[in-house]
Write a new protein. Structure first.
Length: 558
């Protein structure tokens, strides 16, 4: 079934003591097909956007305030009247204020008819059938690396290409950053010696198994175990993950016994839950992707659905980014398949999609390709995703292949970089990762913007802080805006002028600034004045008129 592109909101589900943000209803009825019920509005709500403290968890509010994010209708709870009215007809619900709907089972055709007759119910449809198809996600363990070092062992090869070892050596290893891990389970990670340091520090937080509706995330599912180890694994001389001092929140959203929209909704529910319990500086990593092979065949996605606005999980992922998360996702392992392209939610415009390379930087053939259906570059960047050393659920180290592992490697390095500059916003992290990738000025749909160097990112900001330099990116200009990373030496305001090398005026504006700032400069590449060639950006003190910097920018042939 095709999804409405403007499907209004996304998935919540509180459980247990945090029931204020979720509505969980269970019944003793026999298992039935699982339905998604979409409400048409929130008009019956008793809450107002002018008083968010009355309905939003404090963590979610703190993140919105930190990044100046507006509270919107997706943050409003589902009206209690709607939930109480539908409860006699649909059982075992997870409710979602983001999506403005619920998951549940329906006993009879009469109950379905009763739901559809309600004026505030938009639609109801099956998202999971009782016919289960056993399947295994992820890539097989294989291979053997060579060439590690005395501290990292062979895990050095996981992050060396990305400047991760140098970044760690400066003391930035993800401390103070939280990572939500959405996967199929984390078997063995409650007693793995390679996660002992993180567990002892209280940095492994088992949140919830949304598939089995219980608190146990450690009994089933090995794919999440492999993913988690690439980030938080730590055993000196054997393995050091990409963010060994970060804090991981574990969510089970992937049902290994089925495939379909049900899992996409569970992901969105978990993301909304993460919004309620996690801190300001938070990453969501997901090494999952959805396209075809669904149990309900007519709900398979099409290539045209990969437009960033259609699939449930992509809409949810973009919403999570809009609410202050850095969202990182595997691009998919479809490069050798008939599908070939990135899978949802990697198509999201606010999702950092990560493809896979070897340790030498060569794209692995299974790594999914772009573009998106609406023509955007994907994947965004590449990470090592072949012969990745990680933690087995059975207590030993192992090797694994897939964008499932390039994604957490990049997620963890994002966390390590963020720990160096905790004042940055998720958007600034996202932007820095792309612009410090090796083919930023010439992206394509195999490598995206290329292989990022996190140490180069760190050193560029450090140099800018030390020398008061201005950095301009992207350069060449490839989008209808560019950014100025600038240290204004505590000036309160600056002016920006863009003109041609011959002096022809194109753009001017003033900005309030306080110390180091990132400023977005809107340009229109459709303007007749912005033909290919070189242009000059002048930065001056808006109060005194003192010229501060000149910077050249290139507009490439289009």
């Amino acid at each position: 079934m095709q999804f409405m592109r403007n499907i209004q909101v996304w998935l919540n589900k509180y459980l247990l003591a945090v029931a204020a943000s979720f509505c969980l209803i269970t019944s003793t009825s026999l298992a039935q097909d699982v339905y998604w019920l979409q409400f048409s509005d929130k008009e019956a709500t008793i809450y107002s956007l002018d008083d968010p403290t009355s309905f939003m968890p404090s963590n979610a509010l703190a993140r919105r305030e930190a990044y100046n994010i507006a509270i919107e209708s997706t943050d409003l709870p589902i009206p209690a009247f709607y939930l109480s009215t539908v409860s006699p007809f649909i059982d075992k619900m997870y409710s979602s204020k983001w999506l403005n709907g619920i998951l549940g089972t329906i006993q009879t055709e009469g109950d379905l008819d009763s739901l559809l007759a309600l004026s505030f119910v938009d639609t109801v449809y099956v998202v999971k059938t009782q016919a289960k198809l056993k399947r295994k996600r992820g890539k097989a363990v294989k291979g053997q690396n060579k060439g590690g070092d005395s501290m990292y062992g062979e895990s050095a090869l996981n992050i060396r290409m990305h400047g991760g070892i140098e970044l760690h050596a400066y003391g930035f290893q993800g401390q103070g950053i939280e990572i939500a891990v959405m996967d199929n389970g984390f078997q063995g990670m409650d007693n793995s010696g390679y996660l002992a340091q993180a567990r002892n520090d209280g940095r492994i937080v088992p949140v919830y198994d949304f598939v089995d509706n219980d608190l146990d995330v450690f009994s089933e599912g090995s794919h999440g175990s492999l993913v988690l180890g690439t980030m938080l694994g730590y055993f000196e001389g054997q393995i050091i993950g990409s963010a060994p001092l970060s804090k991981a929140y574990l969510f089970v959203t992937e049902d290994t016994d089925s495939e379909g929209l049900y899992e996409e909704y569970l992901w969105a529910i978990a993301a909304e839950h993460a919004d309620s319990i996690m801190g300001i500086r938070s990453v969501i990593n997901t090494s999952l992707g959805y396209s075809t092979g669904f149990d309900i065949a007519d709900q398979n996605h099409t290539i045209e659905d990969m437009d960033g606005n259609t699939t449930p999980i992509t809409i949810a992922a973009d919403l999570a980014a809009r609410k202050g998360f850095l969202v990182v996702n595997s691009a998919g392992n479809s490069g050798n398949d008939a599908w070939q392209y990135v899978t949802a939610p990697a198509d999201g415009d606010s999702v950092l999609a990560v493809g896979a390379t070897t340790i030498d930087g060569n794209r692995v053939s299974f790594s999914s390709l772009g573009p998106t259906a609406d023509g955007r570059i994907k994947p965004d960047v590449m990470g090592v995703g072949y012969d990745v050393l990680t933690t087995s659920p059975y207590g030993f180290l192992t090797y694994a292949d897939g964008t499932s592992f390039s994604s957490p490697l990049v997620s963890g390095l994002c966390a390590s970089y963020w720990s160096a500059y905790p004042e940055l916003t998720p958007f600034e992290i996202f932007s820095d990762v792309k612009r410090f990738s090796h083919q930023f000025s010439n992206p394509n749909n195999e490598y995206g913007y290329g292989i990022p160097s996190f140490f180069a990112m760190y050193m560029a900001r450090r140099t800018a802080e030390a020398n008061g330099k201005v950095e301009l990116y992207p350069n060449p200009i490839v989008e209808d805006k560019f950014n100025l990373l600038i240290d204004t030496d505590e000036r309160e305001s600056i002016g920006i002028v863009l003109h041609s090398m011959s002096g022809q005026f194109i753009y001017e504006d003033g900005f309030n600034t306080y110390g180091a700032s990132t400023i977005d400069i809107p340009v229109s590449l459709e303007s007749a004045l912005l033909k290919e060639g070189m242009f000059l950006v002048r930065v001056y003190d808006l109060q005194s008129g003192e010229e501060l910097y000149d910077k050249k920018v290139v507009i490439p042939m289009r």
